[in-house]
Write a protein that binds this ligand. Structure first.
Ligand code: HSE
Length: 409
């Protein structure tokens, strides 16, 4: 039997406890004797919880117990999660995290600490909630040159966008629902402003490149400017609107050091027939393109107590089976230069006032791919061909004030 501890008994931490308890028989098939939660670290008391007797408030109780071999870090945020994780790893205790903020900021450092102390730092649950994604990417696709990753990576925003598209639901009301369902971050701005997706696409980009792609270096937009009118226009042409994390390798001829990446987070119009078009509600979908295997799609619940708890437990099982050595994850601290957003290439959907149509034609010329409105319309709606973003925004500036600008996949 493996003795374990949980750092942080919130939504995900209590999900981990439930998965370990309810699926104990199943887990014991993978780890002889199973995984037993000996301690739960939290500043709060949980008198009504069946785990009340395992709550401790002092991390040293856990770190000084030689029986503890694995902990899960489900605290969220950078501190004290970083200090606690590092101290556990320095004791040779493997750490399994769902904390994307911490993984994005300190992944390489914590991996190095784990390697130096013969234990593992694992973070499957930090991206894609319950979807087995990072382990397949690092193991089953290790032979591939991954050329792109395109993902719906945030359950909260996908839930909100789905309800707005299908039922014309009110943004604020649906956000409240997502919070009640345990999908949203403590501060839901991290979801709706795209920061959560941004951190997840940074982690994925780092893992496929083996270097560090910093969240702070990538263009990040959320869903707060999407309006019901955008959905109406998009739907009429067979498109859905999704918040995507996009990461593409590019060998731009003008790139100074060979391969660079285009990485961004933004809402995109996704056409019918694209595998991500039908990914709805809290579900996430991640489309990976390898140079040999072609497209591989991962799909599942991107948020929620039990799905995310399940992904954490998958790592705890892997850590328990790997005691005595480090599960290798290639991720160097060296920062990888990503393309400036003005150098990224995308097609755009634009809504303007009809009065600006002539200026749009003059500025964009041949870059206009299709016009989606007619002469009777109060708006001039058009989509562009793929164009460098710097060029696009330059043309837009000469066209008047846009009602809406959304990228197209
Ligand atoms: N708030 C996140 C989401 C939780 O909605 O996807 C899972 O990372």
């Amino acid at each position: 039997m493996i003795q374990a501890a949980i750092f942080g008994f919130g939504n995900i931490g209590s999900g981990v406890a439930t998965v370990l308890e309810e699926n104990a028989g199943q887990i014991a098939k993978a780890v002889p004797g199973g995984i037993h939660v000996k301690y739960i670290l939290d500043i709060r008391e949980f008198p009504d919880s069946p785990f009340a007797d395992r709550i401790v408030h002092d991390i040293d109780v856990i770190l000084s117990d030689p029986e503890i071999k694995v902990v899960c870090e489900t605290m969220g945020g950078k501190e004290p999660a970083f200090t606690f994780s590092k101290r556990a790893l320095e004791k040779g205790i493997s750490v399994c995290s769902s904390n994307k903020e911490l993984v994005e900021a300190f992944g390489p450092q914590l991996l190095e600490t784990a390697a130096a102390h013969g234990c593992s730092y694992l973070f499957e649950a930090s991206v894609g909630g319950g979807i087995p994604l990072l382990t397949p990417l690092l193991q089953n696709l290790a032979q591939e040159d991954i050329q792109s990753v395109t993902g719906i990576l945030n359950g909260t925003t996908n839930y909100i966008l789905t309800k707005m598209e299908r039922y014309g639901a009110d943004y604020g009301q649906v956000l409240k629902e997502a919070q009640e369902l345990g999908y949203a971050e403590r501060n839901p701005a991290a979801d709706v402003e795209g920061h959560d997706t941004g951190r997840k696409i940074s982690i994925l980009s780092s893992l496929i490149s083996g270097k560090t792609v910093k969240f702070d270096d990538i263009h990040t937009e959320g869903i707060t400017k999407i309006t019901p009118a955008d959905f109406v226009r998009a739907k009429a042409k067979g498109y859905s609107i999704k918040l995507l994390g996009v990461s593409r390798k590019c060998s731009a001829p003008d790139a100074p050091a060979g391969i660079r990446m285009e990485v961004m987070t933004a809402p995109f119009l996704v056409p019918e027939g694209h595998p991500l078009h039908s990914v709805s509600d809290v579900f996430n979908g991640v489309l990976v393109h390898g140079n040999m295997v072609d497209d591989v799609m991962f799909y599942g619940r991107g948020a929620g107590k039990l799905p995310t708890g399940s992904a954490v437990v998958a790592d705890m099982i892997l850590a328990a089976k790997s005691i005595g050595h480090t599960v290798p994850i290639q991720w160097e601290a060296e920062v990888l230069e990503t393309a400036a957003s003005s150098d990224c290439t995308n097609a755009f959907f634009v809504r303007m006032h009809a009065a600006d149509a002539a200026k749009v034609h003059a500025a964009f010329g041949d870059c206009i791919d299709q016009v989606w409105s007619d002469e009777t319309d109060a708006e001039f709606v058009f989509v562009t061909k793929p164009v460098k973003e710097g060029v696009f925004f330059d043309c837009l500036q000469r066209s008047g004030e846009a009602l809406s600008v959304i990228r197209m996949l």
